[in-house]
Design a protein around this ligand. Sequence first.
Ligand SMILES: Nc1ncnc2c1ncn2[C@@H]1O[C@H](COP(=O)(O)OP(=O)(O)OP(=O)(O)O)[C@@H](O)[C@H]1O
Length: 769
Amino acid sequence: MGEKNEIQEKEQRRVNHVIEEIHLRQKELYAKSSSLKESVVNLRQNFWEDVTVNLDEPDDVIETQASIKQQAELLSEQERFHGKVGEELKTLKKMKSNPYFGRIDFREDGESTSGPIYIGIASLMDHNDEDFLVYDWRAPISSLYYDYSSGKAQYQTIDGTITGEMTLKRQFIIRNGGIKSMFDTGVTIGDEFLQLALGNNASTTMKSIVATIQKEQNKIIRDERHRYLVVQGVAGSGKTSAALQRIAYLMYRYRKTLNKNNVVLFSPNPLFNSYVANVLPELGEENIQQTTFYEYLVDKIESNLTVESPFQHMEDKLTGMCGTYYHAKRACIDYKSSLNFKQHLDEYMSSLTSGGLQFKNISFRKRVIVTKEQIRDYFYSLDPTVSIPNKLELVAKWLLREMRKQQQKEKNKDWVMEQIALLDKEHYLHAHYHMQAQDQNELYVDETEEDFLRKKVVQRAFSILKKRIKQFQFVHILETYKQLFTDWPLKNAPEYWEDIREWTIKDLSRGYLAWEEATAYLYFKVCILGDTTDRLVRHLFIDEAQDYSPFQFAYIKQQFPYTRMTLLGDINQAIYTHDIKGSPLIPNSEDGRYKRIALTKSYRSTKQIVDFTTYFAPEGELIEPFNRHGQKPELVIHQGNVVVPLLSKIEALQDNGHETIALICKTRQECDNLLGLLRNSMSITKINEETRSYQKGILLLPVYLAKGIEFDAVVIPDASKTMYAGEADRALFYTACTRAMHELVILTDGKSSPFILEVPEDKYVVITS
Ligand SMILES: Nc1ncnc2c1ncn2[C@@H]1O[C@H](COP(=O)(O)OP(=O)(O)OP(=O)(O)O)[C@@H](O)[C@H]1O
């Protein structure tokens, strides 16, 4: 037997031993789980038997309450334990098939021997709880595996830096308990291992990358020092993957204090949410809160206003903008996305301390009981040095007092008697008992049952009004915001200001907030109404951060004042805002609290695809392909009718074994046209902004919905000059092409997009059909 085989056999024996230990642990946990389950069931069934209930004296009541609380705590403790055991069992099940993926032999300075350390998705002790059979990939010592090849190495612990020498680094592929292959590697994570991981078909859900995390990615995952961690990474460089492993790392590192409610991920579209939903559970962690920034805004803006979705915004920008309108709308988007606009808004808001805030009349039963002028006068009679939100608090108190006076006035009116007649039996009984109780305690009764019922009816009728007053709904935010465009003089007005004003007033008057307006409006609202900052969120992750405007970032920073942020993006894929100068992804925003990490290696696409797309990448960032080879991209030139060549290309891609083939168009309009042409010839799934998940097959979608996602093969059905021409289309075209893992096919009518012409001809194959 060769030395290599002997080593593999020895390793296999160890794998068998670990699986045996896993088996023992499982048995132990199953026993624990069923006894816990039994105890939970018993506790639930006998809950009241074990509680001492005595309500005779006030002291007894307190004692009873304490007894119930104690019993409830015991029950929830047992339930929690049971849940934990269940989670451990799930992890062990995964480990039984694949107990670990790496081994390092590390000799600490001052020690004479180097112990082997095996690394897997979770830690495992032997049955005596003495030795670690497997270390969690997030344990401090495991970072050696990702950061070093053989030789001098070090890692950080809470007690300081541990230095030493790594004498061996071995990687395993273990499936169903058998070692399929193993490599001893000289580089940090060996290419062969990564080749295998990347060569597979695209999956409809993202996978974890713990076995092959790269050194630069490991820096992102383990950074704990910086308030703002900014990752500029080229397409397919693993930004999203690193972000998800980072979440898993933080949940492990701070498991006693951090839970899923303290972590939020802003994702680019609803489809992406389900695309990444498997990663954390695969790593034994619960999913965190995921939302799109659009959903986040809509949730906070009054429900009677309509907020334009970023996708509709894109669609309009790409299909409906031409001529002077195009330039004016662009100026509008640029301005409202900028910090200049924020400053303008801030100045306007400070002017509101002395006048201009608009209010709403307060009406009851179609009669105005407090006019907006009365509210305004009261508001501006208050001390001008007090902040607007604090003054609103005082106005609300005054209004609530006014409401109480109004209630008194309303109580004796006829409508109240009519309402009393409509009350149900319960209310009458309540009134009756109330009077009885009074009889026992008082010598005379000053209130009749009718009085009591009248009071109740009026209280109920005013309750919604009072609730709205407490929420400061008497302030007319929309009208006050609109004034900014009607009355407020603007210094240094941007180009096309008159057009911008006109559109904005029209939109606001019909209760419509354009996408570029929505954040500004919400910012204005929270500043006027007062602090609604989010203190619960301790880590915020923003994927596709290049698509956030400087104004949106400023708002996010203000809303999450105590939150650490991880921003991940790619300047090359900036498709929403034209003005990316203020983006934090660009280095000049660095200060001590910022850490910027650049990822330049692209793992998603084959070398041939990366070589092709690099030529028209907008910002010319350094892009290195990973060494995985495939076919050169194909440029199919047809004579006008796209259907025949498109169908034959899709068939060819299917024959090549590709399971997920995406037809990526520039707009939804183009998708609709194409679907009309292809619908009768093949089964196609069209993806729109509401799509939450997808299956393998042929997918049709606009590029802005493909953000963050990848497919085995990508087909660009129309890459002609009329479709992708202007500079604004460059990032869209780049984003579309970089979604491909293995094959990229581009069709044109012969007049190709200028971006293709920027690529040397030897980088792609031309086919004329
Ligand atoms: N270290 C790694 N090991 C294995 N696979 C990796 C690694 N890093 C990235 N990948 C794979 O590369 C692909 C791209 O990763 P990911 O989607 O995280 O990149 P991204 O930078 O967010 O891309 P984009 O910005 O283009 O959406 C995924 O299939 C991911 O699994």
